[in-house]
Design a protein around this ligand. Structure first.
Ligand SMILES: [Zn+2]
Length: 188
């Protein structure tokens, strides 16, 4: 039943948005309108339902990049300072005029949060921030985190049963265990 409290697709959209920036490598995959279009195409939860997509503008890019800052800060701070993360979420939800809606397809019913404002960035803000809010409310603020891998700092949300995730990917976990093994074997 707990799974029904958050939308895993929207949660992943939040994480993927934050990880378009790779702070250690200095790589940014959200610098152009084409990159923004690619991100939105790859994340259906980012698109307001029932609207005809219009041409993206530089204002959309600027707004989505600003939202990314907020989403990343929430993911980075939540486990150490949940009150601060909650304030960021609440402020973002208020500014995006987040609105819960009840939808159905045949007999299947679910709730979604969308935006009362007609902008890509505000819908994306409402979707991603409400998804992170639901994870915090359901599983706790420590489920949001930053990869413990050296030279990584990618963000993640841990939706696993035991909630012991420390690394963004298996690759990062593997690299860290190899490094730990080498340092144990080396006397230096
Ligand atoms: Zn990592």
């Amino acid at each position: 039943m707990q799974d029904a409290c958050y939308n895993p697709v929207a949660v992943q959209t939040a994480v993927d948005l934050a990880n378009t920036l790779r702070p250690v490598k200095g790589e940014d995959a959200l610098e152009t309108l084409e990159q923004l279009q690619d991100f939105l195409d790859a994340h259906p939860a980012a698109e307001p339902p029932g609207t005809v997509p219009r041409q993206l503008t530089h204002a959309d890019l600027t707004e989505v990049r600003a939202l990314r800052e907020t989403v990343r800060e929430v993911l980075e701070r939540s486990s150490a300072n949940a009150v601060e993360a909650a304030a960021l979420i609440n402020d973002g939800l208020r500014r995006s005029r987040a609105t819960p809606v009840l939808r159905h397809e045949g007999d299947r019913w679910w709730t979604e949060v969308t935006s009362g404002a007609d902008r890509r960035s505000t819908h994306l803000a409402a979707t991603t921030l409400s998804a992170l809010a639901s994870v915090i409310a359901t599983l706790g603020p420590a489920r949001l985190g930053v990869c413990a891998g050296l030279n990584c700092r990618a963000t993640f949300v841990d939706l696993s049963r035991n909630g012991s995730k420390q690394y963004c990917t298996r690759n990062c976990a593997h690299r860290a265990s190899v490094a730990a093994y080498r340092s144990r074997r080396s006397p230096h």
